[in-house]
Ligand binder design. Structure first.
Ligand SMILES: NC(=O)c1ccc[n+]([C@@H]2O[C@H](COP(=O)([O-])OP(=O)(O)OC[C@H]3O[C@@H](n4cnc5c(N)ncnc54)[C@H](O)[C@@H]3O)[C@@H](O)[C@H]2O)c1
Length: 451
């Protein structure tokens, strides 16, 4: 018996919304649904996060504690590790990680595990939406078969003749476009792309999201929605690689690439500025393009732009360390044995996120080359063991003129707004600037090496 619940049901008030994965994507989404008056339950496998959330505490710097407290107190938000409660939900939104494994291939184990945890509790009329970034085909090829093991059906059906295909539950894909720390565009202002496994699923997901974002963009399939997210991130990855390569050339030519970008950006059409840096960071841009390269192999297709961009972006931390070595050389010093202070471990400015941060790679190369290095980052008083790196013994060095002066070189790896760049240049012997953070510093320019 197909469900008698219409897709338009999800236009309704006070829906029960389950968010699986309470991280950088899931938590803001949960709070947004709570703000819109729905009853939200956050699910996570990490009991520590669940306890903090239920106590009204935030573990992500840019997510306000007061907001969590407000919705916990008003009973619009609670969190749990008990997945059997999923049967109470009207809509289930999946926001779990999609990393690469050690062979740089898609690791869909979190998505698979989540589908397996939903399946025994799946109810007729529920809407399930995958939000995790992934290759085209994931929703239909991985999530759908697991959910259909429940005995309930959601047929893959495109085309106008299938507008009202009977379904037991609704299944869609809608990529998250969260940009942590972006003060201009919050979740509510960012349009959301939605594609259903069939038309009723698409309409159900559009109805739901239209309640919490300014604009919903329906597309014809989950594959189109999955691919749209990858196109957005590949676009960034390729353009960042392009500008990184042009930076290397400009440096050889004695041209200031940042001046060039600012000049080009005055063109009112057909140009969008991207900025060079020490390499790619964050959970998305260094990872997502490789989801598509991997899937492309199934079609005997090689994604050359993605590979080339990956090659250039991956080489950037090595370039930075070479630039540090050259700068020390000018001071008659070698990397081996030099004291180096690295400023900023976060992958970008003003965020408490160091996933895939190029600084971690720079520190690893410095270590291999025998440097004595420390770091400072206001967002990370100390470092923990990570998947690829182990800096758990390291603590952020407090900044003072004396400390800065005690290092052979100070490397600006992340351009946090809280740093006083003029004071840093005043005090340091040598500053290696990977972000053009010192552009407004007028004194002691001879101490600054841009790279
Ligand atoms: N962080 C971003 O800026 C961003 C932006 C757009 C898209 N995305 C995508 O969104 C997805 C989630 O990313 P994120 O940054 O929120 O990750 P995250 O690591 O911050 O959060 C994921 C959460 O899922 C939990 N989790 C893991 N396995 C689980 C399971 N089986 N059941 C329940 N919870 C589980 C983890 O404990 C964690 O709290 C990824 O696919 C990512 O590519 C991230």
């Amino acid at each position: 018996m197909p469900t008698d619940r219409r897709p338009e049901f999800f236009k309704g008030a006070q829906l029960k919304v389950a968010i699986i994965g309470c991280g950088y994507v899931g938590l803001p989404l949960a709070l947004r649904f709570a703000e819109a008056g729905h009853k939200v339950t956050g699910y996570d496998t990490d009991p520590e996060k669940i306890n903090m959330l239920n106590a009204g505490r935030s573990y992500i710097e840019h997510i306000q504690q007061t907001k969590i407290q407000q919705f916990v107190n008003s009973r619009h938000f609670s969190a749990t590790t008990d997945f059997s409660r999923l049967k109470e939900a009207d809509a289930i939104l999946i926001c779990v990680p999609t990393p690469l494994n050690e062979y740089r291939e898609p690791d869909l184990s979190y998505v698979e595990q989540t589908a397996l945890s939903i399946q025994p509790h799946l109810q007729r009329g529920q809407l399930v939406v995958l939000e995790s970034t992934t290759y085209p085909g994931t929703t239909e090829e991985l999530v759908l078969p697991i959910l259909e093991k429940s005995g309930l059906r959601c047929p893959i059906a495109a085309g106008p003749e299938n507008e009202n295909v009977p379904v037991d539950f609704f299944l869609a894909f809608s990529p998250e476009r969260e940009d942590p720390g972006n003060k201009q565009y919050g979740l509510a202002q960012i349009p959301k792309v939605v594609g259903g496994v069939n038309a009723p699923s698409g309409r159900a997901a559009v109805s739901l999201y239209a309640q919490v974002v300014a604009k919903v963009i329906p597309v014809s399939s989950t594959r189109a929605a999955e691919m749209a997210k990858l196109l957005e991130n590949i676009f960034r990855c390729v353009n960042i690689a392009l500008v990184n390569e042009l930076k290397l050339l400009s440096m050889r030519m004695g041209v200031d690439i940042w001046e060039v970008i600012d000049a080009a950006a005055t063109k009112p059409f057909g140009f969008m500025p991207f900025y060079p840096g020490p390499g790619l960071g964050g959970h998305c841009i260094p990872v997502d393009p490789f989801y598509l390269s991997w899937k492309a192999r199934e079609y005997d297709f090689s994604t050359r732009f993605i590979e080339l961009a990956g090659e250039i972006n991956t080489s950037m931390p090595y370039h930075i360390v070479d630039a540090i070595a050259a700068a020390l050389n000018n001071h008659k010093k070698s990397v081996k044995g030099s004291k180096i202070l690295v400023l900023g471990v976060a992958y970008k400015k003003d965020v408490d996120d160091l996933r895939e941060s190029p600084t971690l790679k720079i520190m690893q190369i410095l270590q291999e080359r025998g440097a004595n290095f420390d770091y400072n980052d206001p967002y990370f008083p100390q470092l923990r063991k990570m998947r690829h790196y182990n800096y758990e013994h390291m603590k952020s060095v407090p900044l003072s003129a004396e400390t800065l002066a005690s290092y052979d070189a100070v490397v600006i790896a992340t351009d946090h707004s809280s740093y006083d760049y003029a004071a840093i240049v005043d005090a340091a012997k040598l500053v290696v600037d990977t972000r053009n953070a010192t552009r407004r510093v007028l004194r002691h320019r001879n101490k600054i090496v841009q790279c």
